[in-house]
Design a protein around this ligand. Structure first.
Ligand SMILES: Cc1cc2nc3c(=O)[nH]c(=O)nc-3n(C[C@H](O)[C@H](O)[C@H](O)COP(=O)(O)OP(=O)(O)OC[C@H]3O[C@@H](n4cnc5c(N)ncnc54)[C@H](O)[C@@H]3O)c2cc1C
Length: 429
């Protein structure tokens, strides 16, 4: 039973939304969670529906089992180091059951618009079965994910084949026997390139700039576990140097794979964690190409003058972080820069609005989102004070962004796992 009559609306029942509902219920709040699909799990609920983004048929986690368990809900010991998406969905389903979350979730209900009324309460317009209704809440917790609004870059000319975004990629079979170009060097792009290379007649990976590609295992342990261990022992510059040296021994020269040499230190930017792509490049199943310059029918011209014919292009070119249900007055920030939110969650001027999971660590998202959700729940239930100097804190956070790269939507929400965890724990303390 809720111990407060204050109503809270949660948008989305992905991993972060589930963590939000759990923490709000624990804090005694009256919670309604709206989820537009018919089940929990968000991105981890694999679907063949091309209109709905999800992980791919071949997806296994990038963050390891040990680092990807909620603190209060370890994954089963028989799960492998990098569980499949099916195992992850089973884990989140178990989590929702254990904490009795499902009765608070309204499935098949899309949030269309959220507006603050004169009394500072949220009027939330939702659509279910084609019928729109509006409900009023005291607080709004946004957990709608940041892998939704696909970003597809445009190039001069016209491509005569098929172009699709990685979020619509489900499995390799439709590309059997085709010539396929995968664009991007992020985790999704390289996963898809390796997957397609198994069945396509020719697969190439177009990479714009040098990116560290880090094998999933180091000394026989998941890389995030090893990194977390050494982070506690070594100062950051020494840790980065050690990683660079280790990568040089383990991987060798990037030119040997046809890839541009990365600048800066490993893990300065969000890395690509994949053990198979380097081997695929060296065994000729995958060819490395530079950035696209232009299209001409089925021909793609690359910036180094190489040209090649393709039947299809898969864009692993990331997402825009957008909130179509909130007005630009509330979230009208520059998407290529760190969002002006304290701890990536608290709005500068609206105390009853929270964002959960709007960050990208080298490691697991939902585990840190659970701490954010705890902070939100304690503030909503009146047990934790919102910092009075929030504007100053936000300016400080934006100035000292964890992302050590120029403006880019991909790196705008990057956080250093350990530093961010420490900041969240400090707030909770
Ligand atoms: C291939 C791939 C591999 C990944 N591997 C990892 C990994 O190993 N570790 C990791 O930490 N992260 C990984 N990620 C990122 C992962 O997607 C996120 O960590 C996780 O799904 C974030 O959870 P979320 O709840 O914030 O968002 P989502 O999972 O996107 O869930 C958001 C939910 O909100 C709902 N929603 C959105 N808008 C509305 C609306 N208007 N009304 C109602 N409902 C709405 C959606 O239907 C969805 O269910 C991976 C992503 C991809 C694509």
């Amino acid at each position: 039973m809720p111990t407060t009559d204050k109503r809270t609306c949660v948008i989305g029942a992905g991993p972060c939304g589930l963590a939000a509902v759990k923490n709000l219920l624990r804090a005694g709040c009256d919670v309604v969670c709206y989820e537009e699909s018919d089940g929990i799990g968000g991105n981890w609920a694999f679907t063949d529906d091309p209109g709905r983004g999800s992980v791919h048929e071949c997806t296994h986690t990038i963050s390891s089992r040990r680092m990807s368990s909620f603190d209060d809900f370890p994954m089963p010991a028989h799960f492998p180091d990098f569980p499949s998406h099916r195992q992850m969905l089973a884990y989140f389903t178990d989590y929702a059951r254990t904490f009795h979350l499902e009765p608070h979730i309204r499935f098949g209900t899309r949030v269309e618009h959220c507006e603050l009324n004169d009394r500072g309460r949220w009027e939330v317009r939702v659509v279910a079965d084609g019928t729109a209704t509006t409900e009023v809440f005291d607080s709004l917790v946004v957990c709608s994910g940041h892998h939704r609004d696909a970003f597809v870059p445009e190039f001069p000319g016209t491509f005569a084949g098929r172009i699709l975004h990685s979020s619509a990629y489900k499995r390799p079979e439709p590309f059997r026997g085709q010539r396929v170009l995968v664009v991007g060097a992020g985790n999704s792009a390289v996963d898809i390139a390796v997957d397609i290379a198994r069945v396509a007649s020719h697969t190439a990976l177009s990479v714009r700039e040098g990116t560290y590609i880090v094998p999933k295992l180091l000394f026989g342990h998941p890389i995030d576990v090893v990194y977390a261990y050494w982070q506690n022992l070594l100062p950051r510059p020494l840790l980065r140097l050690s990683l660079k040296v280790w990568l040089r021994f383990a991987v060798g020269r990037w030119e040997g794979y046809g890839l541009p040499t990365p600048t800066g230190a490993p893990l300065e930017k969000h890395p690509t964690v994949n053990s198979s792509v380097l081997e695929a490049l060296r065994s000729g199943r995958l060819a490395a190409r530079r950035a696209i310059e232009r299209y001409d029918g089925h021909t793609v011209w690359f910036t180094d003058g190489v040209r090649e014919e393709f039947d299809a292009i898969v864009m692993g070119t990331g997402f825009r972080t957008t909130f179509p249900f909130l007005s630009g007055r509330i979230v009208g920030w520059d998407l290529s820069r760190t969002p002006p939110l304290y701890l990536k969650m608290m709005h500068p001027t609206i105390p009853n609005l929270f964002f959960i999971g709007l960050f990208q660590p080298v490691g697991c998202v939902w585990r840190l989102a659970d701490y954010q959700a705890r902070i939100a729940a304690l503030q909503i239930s009146g047990r934790l004070r919102r910092p009075p100097d929030i504007g100053t804190r936000i300016r400080h956070e934006v100035r000292r962004s964890h992302a050590r790269s120029g403006p880019s939507p991909r790196h705008a929400i990057a956080v250093d796992y350990r530093t961010f965890r420490r900041q969240l724990m400090r707030e909770l303390a």
